[in-house]
Write a protein that binds this ligand. Sequence first.
Ligand SMILES: *[C@@H]1O[C@H](CO)[C@@H](O)[C@H](O)[C@H]1NC(C)=O
Ligand SMILES: *[C@@H]1O[C@H](CO)[C@@H](O)[C@H](O)[C@H]1NC(C)=O
Ligand SMILES: *[C@@H]1O[C@H](CO)[C@@H](O)[C@H](O)[C@H]1NC(C)=O
Ligand SMILES: *[C@@H]1O[C@H](CO)[C@@H](O)[C@H](O)[C@H]1NC(C)=O
Ligand SMILES: [Cu+2]
Length: 760
Amino acid sequence: MNVKFIITLLVLSLATIVILVSVLLFGSRQKVCSSEKTKAPSLNHNDHSLVFADLTPEELTEVKEYLKKNLKVKLVDVSKADPNSSYIYSIVLHLPKKKDALLYLDKGGPKPAREALAVVYLGDQHSLEIKEYVVGPLPNPLYSNDITYEKYKNKIPFHRRPVISKEYVQIYNFVTTKEFPKAAKFLQEVLGYDGSDSYFGILTSAPRGLKSGERTTWFGIFFNTEGSGFYIHPTGLEILVNHLPLDTNEWTVDNVFYNGKYLKNLSELENQYKSKKINVVKLKRPQPHEDFGSLKPSKSTVTDIPMQYEPQGPRYSVKNNQILFQQWSIAFGVNVNSGPRLYDVRFKGERIIYELSIQEAMSIYGSNGPTGMVTRYMDGYFGIGRFLYQLVRGIDCPYFATYVDTYYMLDSDTHVRNKNSICIFELNTGIPLRRHSSGLGHFYYGGLANTVLVVRSIATLGNYDYIFDFIFYQNGAIETKVHATGYITSSFYMEGGNNYGNKVGPHTLGTIHTHFINYKVDLDVVGTNNSVLAQDMEFEPLEVPWKSNVHIQRTRLTKKELENENEAAFELHEKMPRYIQIASNKKNNWNHERSYRIQMISFAGDYLPDTSPIHNAMSWAKYKLSVTKRKEEEHQSSSLYNQNDPWSPLVKFSSFINNETIKDEDLVAWITAGFLHIPHAEDIPNTVTAGNGVGFYLRPYNYFNEDPSIHSQDAIYFQPEDSYNSCNGNPLACLTDTASCSPKLPQFNYDGFDNTFVAI
Ligand SMILES: *[C@@H]1O[C@H](CO)[C@@H](O)[C@H](O)[C@H]1NC(C)=O
Ligand SMILES: *[C@@H]1O[C@H](CO)[C@@H](O)[C@H](O)[C@H]1NC(C)=O
Ligand SMILES: *[C@@H]1O[C@H](CO)[C@@H](O)[C@H](O)[C@H]1NC(C)=O
Ligand SMILES: *[C@@H]1O[C@H](CO)[C@@H](O)[C@H](O)[C@H]1NC(C)=O
Ligand SMILES: [Cu+2]
């Protein structure tokens, strides 16, 4: 053979290999799915939603600078603040009055001035207090009006101020450097304390004290395990710290609890340990391999979980804070305290909801240890919106969701970005929204896949996580849901512990608690002129018309208009008509009031006895539903100042219910959803969402003349004579052509650990 021939042969075979490989690799590959965003076919974006938009980083800075220049007070940065300093705690959007917003949205009126609300602690003034200022108009502020008195009819006493990170650090340092040395031997021999900074995790309880004016907090001391939640590793030690004095040098430890025994102070604990007067359980911080709290799987192969994809790109559109999906348009935002919220929710251009927002989330605990037994957390105080951390693609929301950043300024010197903290996605729930297959009379099939639009964010409030969803259906229904997950918190397991939960680890008592969430639903059903209708059923005895002396019990409906606020306030255990509707006086074609029904899914059992001294602080929790006449001054059911002084709350929701008329008025429904959580073995290491979801639906009820989903572009119908197995008869039969593309996966990335907080 000559060399030329061999080379030719080699070249030819190489070419064949290359061709074969490329055919194998790319030949059968489908086209890549479109990633272009499509907007709702019938709707266009506009700028209306911007009146509800959160403050931008620039606006937050402008307000801060304006206050620093114009308040006649020396404002220091919050990171450098002492309790005796003056500083800005938070800056949030100050919403326009509804009247002004509606004038702008509906009547072409002027755009309301953009304003901010700043919470300022005045700790170096003669009169110690907290003040709230409205700063505007943005972007170039001209005024900062003190609205405290007008808003609360009172001063806000200084002791009610939320604890800032710096104060927690000061408490941590006080406890570890000034107090721990008093029990050095105990800590070293019983708890294995090596003096290192991160050996213990310290969890705050709240409220802080037993009566108004106090700032005395029980702290639970846990082993700060590496890479897992310390909340389920209690040491048995709990400490009561009085941090009321503005001079941190005057702070004291007022009580100590260890393994069932109350002691005056840490010196007493040390002495009793040395003289063997207390029962000790000698422990060490668990090492990662023995940590039952770890979330680390033994092996992970997340490559084959089923995924959804969008063959023609997303069918919804997000611009600024406005979402368009099919017939829906929605404005969204986040309040740093109370969390995610929606405004101006419309279907086919017609507003149904002016505001749908979380107001408060609370938990009431029980335990045979002091920290657990006093704990009544009000999460709005800690900041539900603040703790909306970055969502993880593919787990927290579908891989393909749209992710949006949020910004806030609270307990921080500059604005903080919560990257990718809201996700928006269309979800095929895998169940038909409706379907019928007929074998009677005629053969036909009609159905509609239930695809919904979900707006989600997740708040991590210390140990546990709340998943907040707003879900929009093609039939005009809106679902509001909250799921709980994350770590439980715990007490040291001691004798009698089983009365307050279950033992879930060698020394861990999962403590009993409730989860209650309060929502504000400002429905505007065909305008703001609304009433409340209540319907249910009863049996009426009836002599059958065609035969005498024979009786049947006939089902009939009962219908009643609820005339005033007291009638429309339903306590948790009270019997409530099963159909409660917010109704317009406008009729549909069938001469029924156009209305939206509130349907609740909740297992909230008991709040607190009326005799509890802190009953008024969360009195919204007493009602599963109440409907009140809307008022600007009844803006929120809770307040960030209630947590630190629940004995004398600034906002007392039950006073909203004062028997005013709710007939032909602008109405707000306040809805409480909740459940009881008795932690059990399977809450270790984390509580699961399955079965731990509550919420409510808002459903059209005679609002339309028919189910609007009949007009959905996704609806399917065929008869025997239709060529339903072929593409021109049935779009579903086309999917092999029209939807066969391979999804172009966005890159996975996560940088959510950039936001660090003092976890105490
Ligand atoms: C403010 O408090 C700090 C720390 O508690 C203290 O060092 C300082 O002297 C106090 N300043 C005034 C003016 O009281
Ligand atoms: C600690 O408590 C003991 C017992 O009540 C008391 O005698 C002692 O003075 C206290 N020590 C301090 C530093 O407060
Ligand atoms: C509420 O007002 C109605 C009249 O509108 C009255 O009949 C009823 O007694 C009032 N209820 C209370 C508790 O004041
Ligand atoms: C509200 O409805 C009532 C009863 O239909 C009517 O008398 C009243 O004028 C309406 N008010 C407004 C502001 O439309
Ligand atoms: Cu729970």
